[in-house]
Design a protein around this ligand. Sequence first.
Ligand SMILES: [Zn+2]
Length: 89
Amino acid sequence: MSYDEVEIEDMTWNEKLQAYTYPCPCGDLFQITLEELRAGEEIARCPSCSLYITVIYDPEDYENAEPPTGGSDTKAPAAPPHTPEVEVH
Ligand SMILES: [Zn+2]
């Protein structure tokens, strides 16, 4: 039995994880990827505990879905500057 049933509209697209997420009571996030949605998967699992939720969505909406992009201003930070290797003597 799943922990809960959550509509996809209530989940949050996480750019970093490339998955729809929903807060898990353990503090982590239930996750389901777009690919899983396309495949008809409806279980979003939490990587940190054994809980999972059933995602309510219309599979037809995701058959050809693209990852949501959006003018969010959460830009990935630039790559850290290359640190010169320290020579150990
Ligand atoms: Zn959890």
